[in-house]
Design a protein around this ligand. Structure first.
Ligand code: CTP
Ligand code: MG
Length: 187
């Protein structure tokens, strides 16, 4: 009888690598939810179609503190890596960390722009886009401004792992935020 050899260690390693890479991109959104409020980025203005450009859900405070926290987490990761020499994990750099955090919340902003254009109200859910906006933003930014880092650190398996774990983590954090009363809706 053949034994199907599924290498658990290999996939677990890819899972850890995916988490490690995406941490600076995962942190900004929940932090924005926690601290958000104040001036909306579109300053309350409407687009040509009479709808808000972005809506009240995208604020300066959420954006700046969100991106800042993603960068801080990344700096902590770089510190841990250089101190303990975690060579089996992908290596972050200041540049990768900034691009991942900034790209994640910029992806979120652009998604809201499109949500308003197709008539989805602020806070309403838009399946798939709500879950992958940060991945698209983070990867677009690193692909444009740090291509070498991207291709040396994100292998195909890690990339697929990111696509699998992102919606799961998104669901879990949103459900948690809702249960703790920090989010108005569980998505
Ligand atoms: N938030 C913020 N600034 C951002 C992103 C988020 O202040 N740049 C805060 C807002 O309080 C927002 C909450 O986090 O209401 C949830 O974020 P998100 O789900 O991304 O926005 P929505 O309110 O759902 O708006 P949209 O429909 O435009 O996605
Ligand atoms: Mg939302």
């Amino acid at each position: 009888m053949e034994i199907i050899d599924i290498n658990i260690g290999y996939y677990f390693g890819a899972f850890l690598a995916a988490l490690w890479i995406m941490l600076p991109a995962y942190v900004p959104n929940p932090i924005a939810v926690l601290v958000g409020g104040g001036y909306p980025i579109d300053l309350g203005r409407n687009f040509f179609d009479g709808q808000r450009i972005l809506g009240d859900g995208k604020t300066y405070r959420g954006f700046i503190i969100g991106v800042g926290s993603g960068i801080l987490i990344g700096i902590l990761q770089i510190f841990i890596q250089t101190t303990y020499g975690l060579n089996s994990l992908p290596n972050h750099t200041l540049r990768s960390v900034v691009l991942l955090a900034l790209g994640a919340l910029t992806g979120d902003l652009i998604k809201s722009f499109f949500k308003r254009r197709i008539g989805i109200e602020q806070g309403e859910r838009w399946q798939i886009a709500d879950q992958y906006d940060l991945v698209i933003g983070a990867f677009l930014f690193t692909a444009i401004f740090n291509y070498n880092w991207l291709i040396t650190n994100v292998s195909l398996v890690i990339g697929i792992m990111i696509l699998i774990i992102t919606p799961i983590l998104h669901r879990l954090t949103n459900a948690l935020g809702y249960l703790l009363g920090m989010k108005r809706v569980p998505w």
